[in-house]
Design a protein. Structure first.
Length: 578
């Protein structure tokens, strides 16, 4: 669950991050293009276009005007001054306005005259009123207009009835050609009544708003115009001069927007492809590593999770995971744990196969020996039974029966351990008197004449001990443990058996003062087919007795514990729930 939450969080925040990144790039690109379009528009229509932007960007806080320094530099380059006048007529901000002829405050009459004529002294004035703040602010841009002064002087010198006189036409035409300019005179209807100079293309009549548009947005036209009209005259003189701003590329706003979106789409596509490649490389590398480990695992190399090259790629020199692989640290750790378990399992499998082979060899030997005895006695009985006495026949019969019993025990153990391996231990549970069960098991060994050299002691409690269990399987459990105590120890040992209660659990304890076991034997005591490492002991038996004993205890919900050391005997304790 931890890695699931972290991976979900990781991919979620990465998706959000990439979305914000692409959005930010698009936004920056959009702002850049808008700024570029705005700057082109300002350059083409300076100063009228600039004044709108200056008014928008300027901030007025606590009586102070803040404006970007780029505007001051631009005004200096264009030789234009700016003043900002407050509601009281005082100039609260100025830029490039060091002329002593400019006042620091304006009267109502002066401001009205500027608004009406667009002039102040020798300066042409462009003004805009900003009503954004609590008190209105008036922005003034002033600049000298030599073309207007020239046109005014020509009007005074050459005007005859509102037109250029015949005597001055050639002289004025020559002057206009020197500057690649031309003069047009229109009447009140906008009709061109006289042209001096050589215009490239000229309409016969101006629309009512056309001249105003040429003044407000000169960058959209090939020429820059100045207009002079005498107060008492009916004619208007228009001087056309080459417009340097007209050389700038002029694109319709729709074309600019389409171009902007094409660039944005292309950039998003490039970013998406780049992110996809990066994503595929970053998250594909761990999968390639895991696939390599699966391939090695398929070849049986369970202990080799990563090759030396992979380790250098995944881990730093200090042993820590690199950043790109930290997301999978639980997975990598799980792979190492799995590799360790698989290697251990493979080692254990080989050990069990070896033990099973040894067991099969031992079983074959154990079965072959009694079978050889039975077969030999069979031949003897078949040849001449009349020559033998009853005592000899009884001895042979007893021997055949004992060898048959021994073989039956081996086969029964083998069948039982196979049943335990496949289906578990079938058992019918009932109330069992544990004290009586143990007493009967011990008495069977006490009364066995073949065990005269062994001493059996039973220590029980006075109160009856009852548990839920199967008396047949419990009897088999005690038989296995008691027979092992006799079988794997020298004659003359003492086997002490006790039963009682401890911590609300019934227990059976079987201890002897025999040889004891080494650590390897004790560690593998309950393994199937294991017979111990002491070569001096008899190898009779199936090697399944202790494994069966443990299965019986666990089937009753109990535990079995062994304490033993070489030369100090063995103590086996069984705890069973009531």
């Amino acid at each position: 669950m931890k890695i699931q939450r972290r991976m979900a969080f990781h991919f979620t925040y990465q998706l959000i991050f990439y979305s914000f990144l692409i959005f930010a790039v698009i936004l920056i690109l959009f702002i850049f293009f808008i700024q570029q379009i705005t700057n082109d528009e300002i350059r083409r229509n300076f100063p009228n276009g600039a004044l709108d932007t200056i008014t928008t960007e300027a901030t007025y806080e606590k009586g102070q005007i803040k404006l970007a320094s780029r505007w001051t530099k631009l005004l200096e380059e264009r030789n234009i001054w700016m003043q900002i006048v407050n509601q009281e007529g005082k100039v609260i901000y100025k830029a490039n306005a060091d002329d002593s002829s400019l006042p620091l405050s304006y009267s109502v009459t002066q401001l009205l005259a500027i608004q009406e004529t667009g002039e102040f002294g020798r300066y042409s004035i462009t003004s805009q009123l900003d009503l954004t703040y609590k008190e209105p602010l008036l922005f003034l841009l002033g600049y000298e207009n030599p073309d207007l002064d020239q046109l005014s002087s020509w009007y005074t010198a050459y005007q005859v009835n509102g037109l250029v006189g015949e005597k001055a036409l050639s002289s004025l035409d020559q002057k206009l050609q020197e500057t690649d300019s031309y003069l047009q005179i229109i009447n009140q209807a906008g009709e061109i009544v006289q042209t001096v100079g050589h215009p490239s293309a000229s309409p016969k009549k101006f629309d009512p708003l056309e001249i105003i548009a040429m003044q407000q947005a000169p960058g959209n036209y090939d020429t820059n115009i100045v207009v002079y009209r005498h107060a008492q005259g009916a004619m208007t003189w228009i001087l056309h001069t080459p417009n340097a701003a007209s050389d700038l590329p002029k694109q319709p706003i729709l074309s600019e927007i389409i171009r902007l979106f094409i660039w944005m789409i292309a950039l998003v596509l490039v970013l998406s492809i780049a992110v996809s490649f990066w994503h595929g490389y970053r998250y594909g590398q761990p999968l390639i590593l895991f696939a390599g480990w699966f391939e090695r695992m398929g070849r049986g190399k369970y202990d080799e999770v990563l090759t030396a090259k992979d380790k250098r790629r995944v881990f730093r020199r200090n042993g820590k995971l690199r950043i790109r692989y930290r997301l999978y640290r639980e997975v990598i750790q799980a792979f190492y744990q799995m590799a360790e378990r698989l290697a251990h399992t493979e080692k254990e499998r080989k050990r069990l196969e070896k033990a099973q082979e040894e067991w099969m060899s031992g079983i074959s030997h154990d079965l072959r020996t009694p079978l050889a005895t039975i077969q030999g006695y069979g031949y003897m009985l078949e040849s001449a039974p009349d020559q033998w006495s009853q005592e000899e026949l009884r001895v042979m019969g007893t021997m055949i029966r004992e060898k048959g019993d021994y073989m039956l025990e081996l086969i029964t153990d083998f069948s039982l351990i196979n049943q335990l391996k496949q289906d578990g231990l079938p058992m019918e549970v009932q109330q069992v008197n544990l004290d009586e069960l143990v007493r009967v098991a011990v008495l069977k060994y006490v009364n066995d004449a073949t065990l005269a050299d062994c001493h059996f002691i039973y220590e029980g409690e006075e109160a009856p001990i009852t548990i839920q269990g199967n008396d047949t399987w419990l009897q088999r459990l005690l038989d296995n443990l008691l027979s092992n105590a006799v079988k794997h120890n020298p004659p003359g040992i003492t086997v002490t058996v006790s039963a009682g209660m401890m911590n609300d659990e019934a227990y059976i304890r079987i201890s002897d003062n025999g040889n004891g076991m080494d650590e390897e034997t004790k560690r593998n005591l309950f393994e199937r087919y294991y017979r111990g490492t002491n070569t001096e002991e008899s190898t009779a038996g199936s090697g399944l007795g202790m494994s069966i004993a443990k299965a019986i205890v666990e089937a009753h919900g109990g535990e079995i514990e062994v304490l033993s050391s070489l030369g100090s005997g063995t103590e086996i304790t069984i705890r069973l729930p009531q």
